[in-house]
Design a protein around this ligand. Structure first.
Ligand code: AMP
Ligand code: FE
Ligand code: FE
Ligand code: ZN
Length: 279
C-alpha cells in the first residue's frame, strides 16, 4: 500500500486501540509511515516509538492540538514536536485540566436535559486520557438515552448542539506558533469540518492565510469525512499558499468508522514537510 497515514488516535485520547495495535495494523497494511496524533497529548510517544523500533514503519510522533476560533474548536496537527518544550507542555497540561472541567459542565447540561449521565462513568471511560466528547457520548449511550455515539453527537454534542460546551484554547495562529516553537511542523486538520458539520461550510481562507503567515506547513485536504468540494477547495487553497496537501484517516479504533490507512500522504510530501523543519 505505501504512504503515510498522518492522522490516527489511540486510547491515549479518544481512540480505542493501543499504540502497539496501530503500529501492527499499519505494518500489516504495508504503510511506510504512521502519524501518532492523539488530542492534546504526547503520552503515546514512547510506546509508539518502541513498537515501531526495528520494523520498516516510520512513526511520525505528533499531536492534534486544540485551538479555538469564535467559540469553535480548530484542530492543528503538530508533527515531530519536542515533548519537552515547556511552553507547549504547559498548554497541554492546561488543556487537560480544561477538558476535565468542561466535561463536568457538559455532564451538567445533559442532566438538565434529563439524561442521567454520571461524571464518574465518564472518568472511567477516559482512563488517563484527556477527556473528549466521544467519552461522554459513550457514557450517554450507556444510559439508554441514545442508541449510538453518532446519535448523541447529532442530537446533543456536535459543535453548537444543546450539550456543547467550547474549550477555552489558544487561537489557531497562536497554535501554529507554539507548535513551530516546539520544533514541530504544523498542518491544519480537516478544514472542511469546522462550523456546520454536514453543510458545505469550512474554515475561512483568511484564517488559513493568517495561520500560513505564522508558519503553517500544510492542509489536510484529504480526510475521509470531506466531500469532493472540500477536497478541491482546500487542495487549491494549499497550492495557492505554497504549502503541502496532506492525508490522514483520523482513525479512532471502534470509536469511529474511519479505517486505518484509508487516506495516505505520499513520501515526497512527508519529505517536503520535514524540509520545513530545516527551512
Ligand atoms: P473534543 O476534543 O472533546 O471537542 O472532541 C472532539 C472529537 O469528537 C473529535 O476528534 C471527534 O473524535 C469527535 N466528534 C466531533 N464532532 C463529531 C460529530 N459530529 N460526530 C461524531 N464525532 C464527532
Ligand atoms: Fe477525536
Ligand atoms: Fe480533529
Ligand atoms: Zn483526529
Amino acid at each position: 500500500m505505501g504512504g503515510f497515514d498522518l492522522h490516527t488516535h489511540t486510547m491515549f485520547s479518544d481512540g480505542t486501540t493501543t499504540p502497539e495495535q496501530n503500529v501492527r495494523a499499519a505494518l500489516e497494511l504495508g504503510l511506510d509511515g504512521l502519524g501518532v496524533t492523539d488530542h492534546d497529548t504526547t503520552e503515546p510517544f514512547e510506546r509508539a516509538r518502541s513498537a515501531a523500533d526495528g520494523t520498516d514503519l516510520e512513526v511520525v510522533l505528533g499531536t492534534e492540538f486544540s485551538a479555538e476560533h469564535e467559540g469553535f474548536s480548530v484542530h492543528v496537527l503538530g508533527f515531530w514536536i519536542d515533548p519537552g518544550f515547556a511552553l507547549l507542555a504547559d498548554e497541554l497540561d492546561r488543556l487537560r485540566d480544561e477538558r476535565h472541567d468542561r466535561a463536568q459542565r457538559i455532564v451538567e447540561r445533559f442532566r438538565s436535559l434529563d439524561v442521567p449521565v454520571r461524571f464518574e462513568r465518564v472518568l472511567e471511560l477516559a482512563g488517563n486520557a484527556p477527556i473528549g466528547r466521544p467519552h461522554i457520548a459513550q457514557a450517554v449511550v450507556e444510559t439508554g438515552a441514545a442508541s449510538s455515539t453518532g446519535e448523541v453527537f447529532d442530537r446533543y454534542l456536535a459543535d453548537g448542539g444543546p450539550a456543547y460546551v467550547a474549550k477555552h484554547a489558544v487561537s489557531p495562529v497562536r497554535a501554529v506558533e507554539l507548535l513551530v516553537a516546539a520544533c514541530g511542523v504544523a498542518v491544519l486538520a480537516h478544514p472542511g469540518l469546522y462550523g456546520a458539520r454536514d453543510g458545505e461550510q469550512g474554515i475561512d481562507d483568511e484564517l488559513v492565510e493568517a495561520m500560513t503567515g505564522a508558519g503553517l506547513a500544510g492542509i489536510e485536504a484529504d480526510h475521509p469525512d470531506h466531500t469532493e468540494a472540500h477536497r478541491t477547495r482546500y487542495r487549491d487553497l494549499a497550492r495557492g499558499l505554497g504549502i503541502a496537501v496532506t492525508a490522514g484517516s483520523d482513525y479512532h479504533g471502534d470509536a469511529k468508522t474511519n479505517r486505518l490507512g484509508s487516506a495516505t500522504t505520499p513520501r515526497e510530501v512527508v519529505e517536503q514537510l520535514r524540509g520545513w523543519l530545516r527551512a
